[in-house]
Design a protein around this ligand. Structure first.
Ligand SMILES: Nc1ncnc2c1ncn2[C@@H]1O[C@H](COP(=O)(O)OP(=O)(O)O)[C@@H](O)[C@H]1O
Ligand SMILES: [Mg+2]
Length: 284
């Protein structure tokens, strides 16, 4: 459903005019209903890849190659077509859920405005639909949450609200960019489980960006390992675990003792002292 071919992203420094190539020719394909994990350390180009799909690369940047969603080349599409695709077919779940919600509107308004046919619904019915969305993501005290403003809710609760909103728009493709990195550890597991369940239930395709190989392996059908703006290898979690193609992938695994236990073949020769994948960064 998504075909990325030879994607090259070049950013231009507005002051010096200096050009820097950030993505060096990525090629990736995503099947309908598939979850693909995009894994790599901070700065490897994961978020920029998603931004190119969404058409929100930094201003002045040049994007070359093909990004094709169900037959439409997003890089060649007109502004109108792009806006429609962005509104209907793509949903971004970012690291910081606060960015997705208007701070001066209650959760109820956020959810109702995201519904495709909200304008035609009586108020009470729209509200009940919003409550039902919240129940789907495991929220039981729906009255309180619907009436809350973003700052009154925890990050985990807000990220559930964002997921509910994303699902309600019935997108084709979910783009999740480190959706749990900003949450505390116990909440992380819950939110990932809900995202995974929602995605499967609704048959959505997903690109799941993370620096955490274990986490990606747990929720994704295939993994793509990224480093320095390049995709080093793509495979199922088992293929990557049993036959890593690069030293970098081996090092990433060595930093992940849960999935790849001590003594596993994948660990041998890898740099155990490295800090791969442990960096966190605040997305803009
Ligand atoms: N607005 C920007 N302008 C220029 N370069 C950027 C910008 N944002 C990020 N970069 C650079 O692009 C590279 C990839 O960044 P990013 O995709 O955010 O990495 P990741 O999401 O994997 O941590 C990094 O080298 C980063 O410094
Ligand atoms: Mg990022």
């Amino acid at each position: 459903m998504l075909n990325i071919e030879d994607l090259v992203l070049t950013v231009v420094d507005p002051e010096t005019g200096q050009e820097t190539e950030i993505l060096h020719g990525s090629t990736l394909a995503l099947r309908q209903g598939e979850a693909l994990g995009l894994v790599g350390e901070s700065g490897s180009g994961k978020s920029m890849t998603l931004k190119c799909i969404l058409g929100i690369e930094p201003s002045g940047a040049r994007v070359e190659g093909r990004v094709e969603l169900d037959g439409t080349d997003l890089l060649a599409a007109s502004g109108d077509v792009l806006r429609r695709i962005r509104a209907n077919d793509l949903a971004l779940i970012a690291q910081n859920p606060h960015g997705a919600l208007n701070p001066v509107l209650p959760v109820e308004r956020f959810l109702i405005e995201g519904m495709s046919d909200a304008r035609n619904l009586p108020k009470a019915e729209a509200r009940e639909r919003a409550a039902e969305l919240l129940r789907q993501v495991g929220i039981t005290d729906t009255d309180r949450v619907l009436a809350s403003y973003p700052h009154q809710l925890s990050g985990g609760m807000l990220q559930r609200v964002v997921i509910a909103g994303a699902i309600s728009g019935e997108p084709k493709l979910l783009l999740a960019d480190e959706p749990t990195t900003a949450l505390d550890v116990t909440t992380q597991a819950e939110v990932v489980a809900i995202l995974d369940e929602m995605r499967r239930e609704h048959g959505l395709s997903m690109i799941f960006v993370t620096h955490d190989l274990d986490l990606a392996a747990a929720v994704c059908d295939r993994l793509a390992v990224m480093k320095d703006g390049e995709i080093l290898e793509v495979g199922t979690p088992e293929e990557i675990r049993d036959h890593p193609k690069t030293d970098y992938t081996r090092a990433l695994m060595a930093a992940r003792p849960m999935l790849y236990p001590e003594g596993h073949e994948a660990n041998r020769g890898a740099d155990r002292g490295g800090d791969h994948g442990t960096n966190e960064e605040a997305d803009a």
